[in-house]
Design a protein around this ligand. Sequence first.
Ligand code: 5AD
Ligand code: SF4
Ligand code: FES
Length: 362
Amino acid sequence: MTLDFDEILNKSDFTKDDLIFLLNAEDEFRKKIFARAAEVKEEYIGNKVYYRGLIEYSNRCSKNCYYCGVRAGNKKIKRYQLTDDEVVEAAVFAHKNKFASIVIQAGERSGKVFTAKIETLIRKIHKATNSELHITLSLGEQSEETYRKWFKAGAHRYLLRIEVSSPDLYIKLHPLNKIHDYQTRLDCLRSLKQIGYQVGTGVMIGLPFQTIDDLAEDLLFFKKFDIDMAGMGPYIEHNDTPLFQYSEQLLPKAGRFDLSLKMVALLRIMMKNINIAATTAMQSIDPQGREKAIMIGSNVVMPNLTPIKYREDYLLYQDKPCVDEEAEECRGCLEARIKMAGAEVGYGEWGDSKHYKNNLHA
Ligand code: 5AD
Ligand code: SF4
Ligand code: FES
């Protein structure tokens, strides 16, 4: 038995059956996966962790994903949008503190005013920071033209989670209409890549109706799509969403967390040189969630730079951490946590995905 397990774990390519087997591992077998992933990370990535200052630009959203607390149908939350000055100020904080990189995230909107606003903001940020910050966008599905405009204005990376790679499961988690179309999402990912962005995607783990089989497929999807960055985390229920009614069917939170760790570890083994985030959702289940993720494969964290007065209104899920902590507090806290995880912050380094760089020279 032990031999079988080691043989599978040491393979250079996992099949779907291997992944299902590994995702089901418990006790000392589970620990072996983590140890192997830590080894791979040490060899290919080293112990640097890169900061991406997260600016939650707006919670206005035109979509209605069944799992998300800021969905358009949730009338209970106050909608906000940061002013340009607030965004630039947060970017300058990141620059001064040598974060080297920021993420601008918001609900999905595609009107001309919005897309033009983002373009202006990208330029303003570059001006205020001497073009020394790398800018990542996480603004959902847009036309290829919009993606090109933003790229030209100076955005470098784009995060667009596929959420679940199974089209059948996708339908169960989104309204059945044109603006929630799985194929469109795939097309967006393809055009982002083609334009030249470093592309990140990811999935939620422990969703209602999701099986281990689905998660194995998710990992194979990342590999096949040849992503540069990944952000995955546990699904966390939010009581003002349609999916909340299935809460009783969910794995306990600890189980969802453990599966998320396994997903990170297996992805690190499969895609040795990509950037993998230790996500906020992991921290909200386990106070040391991000540190644990760093120890077994993650190399990116996203300290929150959104002004505090807006944070309560960007609750994608319940119990989101760091809602009351100023950027300055999180910075200190995080650095200590990263050290405890035996890692080191890569201050002043862009921390580009090595995968992306290698591909460029290929
Ligand atoms: N639990 C965990 N993650 C969530 N997201 C949205 N809602 C939830 C939830 N209830 C994630 C989605 C989205 C990202 C911005 O937040 O994966 O892409
Ligand atoms: Fe909007 Fe994104 Fe939430 Fe979907 S997951 S409702 S697109 S903010
Ligand atoms: Fe925000 Fe610790 S990282 S308080």
